[in-house]
Ligand binder design. Structure first.
Ligand SMILES: [Zn+2]
Length: 170
């Protein structure tokens, strides 16, 4: 049985459906039918503007974001696809918190829905640091259908890994 490392937290029945799609060679079709689009957010500058727009719409009162960038080291860890950090720096005798978001570079090639999902996720962390109820409620408010998108993103990552395997499926 294939271990679906990105989908461990989901019910066994859902995981089984994904395994079946893999066995039938249909996982790629499932994804390309649902998510055929691409986006043009390809630079750190474009990503910053993209995140800022979302923040202005939903989190106007949260602290300003200092930096948003793509990071090609993030997808290697397979743990964090996005990171949000607050770095405290002393500036002119004052302690200043710098807010920063890093998004795995693989999102440049991913469907626009997945980019939005990961940016919403990291922005929501500025208000809720844990993955608790309030956090997911905020995500769902910023992006209706958030839960389905997070699941499908994990399916996409599973498919991506299969593609990368020598002689891999599909
Ligand atoms: Zn998180």
């Amino acid at each position: 049985m294939t271990a679906l490392k990105y989908l461990q937290a989901y019910p066994a029945t859902l995981q089984e459906q994904v395994r079946q799609l893999i066995a039938q060679g249909r996982l790629g079709d499932y994804l390309s039918q649902r998510y055929p689009g691409r986006h043009d957010v390809q630079s750190d500058k474009a990503l910053y503007g993209y995140a800022l727009e979302l923040k202005q719409e939903y989190l106007r009162n949260a602290p300003a974001i200092d930096k948003v960038l793509f990071d090609n080291r993030l997808d290697l860890t397979h743990r964090a696809l996005g990171l949000h950090t607050t770095i405290s720096r002393v500036q002119g005798g004052k302690l200043k918190a710098k807010k920063e978001i890093r998004i795995a570079s693989l999102f440049k090639e991913a469907a626009p829905e997945f980019l939005r999902m990961i940016v919403v996720h990291e922005l929501a962390h500025f208000k809720e640091s844990d993955h608790n109820k309030a956090f997911y409620k905020l995500c769902e408010h910023m992006l209706p259908g958030y839960h389905q998108l997070e699941f499908d993103l994990r399916v996409y990552l599973t498919w991506r890994d299969l593609q990368a395997r020598p002689g891999g499926a599909e």
